[in-house]
Ligand binder design. Structure first.
Ligand code: ZN
Ligand code: ZN
Length: 256
């Protein structure tokens, strides 16, 4: 079967180790079930940041039955007319009402999968955690420095000394009329919430870094929130280092 499209929630993602060119295994879940998709790249991962709980739309998939009698879909980066959209991180998800139903923070615990769009303000800002770390530019995941001093991306399974950029690691409480949620975020989303770039923030004197977030108390935003907690994912450990086991990720934000 060819030309298949899928729309669903990412429940696992990791790079295969045995291939020469990068191949990532992606597990996608929708209302009807779960499927593994093999993503084939020509040089390196090129889809921006993708993590557990994000919603993706993938087109031009080819489906085959594996030797283990498991249905497997394949996606090739260089196939003509192919597309891969991380819907949870799409700017349009927040400002086009045809793409979402507005939700409330109190609904998060009732419906864990999918994208929640909520109108929130920043709350208990004195308890927020703002930090900057180095992230791999192509995939947005934080890098780690090995004991031998080399810089590695565990998501792409590569060394990436020259391809890093500073990114926020933000853990913050958001609130609306219905309740509160403690969530984390990084990248463009954290920049929008904090209204400053990670490089500018990093340059601030330490005492200014501490008081900076207080200037944002009660600012209002529209945000996309997803549940990033997955018990049985191979990527679980990497994700847990990133989200510090905070179960909710803000994948997109827009200041109102
Ligand atoms: Zn990477
Ligand atoms: Zn941190």
């Amino acid at each position: 079967m060819t030309g298949i499209s899928i729309y669903g929630v990412v429940t696992d993602v990791f790079r295969e180790t045995y291939t020469e060119k990068p191949v990532f295994s992606l597990r996608i879940q929708d209302a009807t079930g779960t499927i593994w998709v093999k993503l084939h790249f020509t040089e390196s991962w090129s889809l921006g940041r993708l993590s557990l709980g994000h919603t993706a739309y993938i087109s031009s998939l080819t489906c085959t039955m594996t030797e283990q009698k498991r249905l497997e879909a394949r996606w090739f980066e260089d196939d003509l007319g192919t597309s891969f959209v991380n819907v949870s991180c799409l700017p349009a998800i927040l400002n086009s009402s045809c793409l979402h139903n507005q939700s409330y923070l109190a609904h998060l615990s009732r419906q864990r999968t999918g994208i929640h769009i909520c109108r929130v303000w920043l709350d208990q800002i004195e308890h927020c955690h703002v930090n900057t770390r180095l992230a791999h530019a192509v995939c947005g995941h934080f890098v780690k420095t090995t004991p031998s001093g080399s810089v590695e991306c565990e998501f792409c399974r590569c060394s990436c000394e020259t391809e890093t950029r500073r990114a926020f690691h933000l853990k913050i409480t958001v609130a609306d009329e219905s309740g509160k949620a403690f969530a984390w975020c990084t990248g463009q989303t954290a920049m929008e919430l904090l209204q400053i770039s990670p490089d500018e923030f990093y340059e601030l004197p330490e005492e200014e870094q501490v008081i900076y977030p207080c200037s944002l108390e009660n600012e209002r935003y529209i945000v996309a929130i997803v549940n990033c907690k997955q018990h049985d994912a191979i990527f679980k450990e990497c994700a847990a280092i990133e989200n510090d086991v905070v179960p909710w990720e803000i994948t997109r934000a827009l200041k109102l």
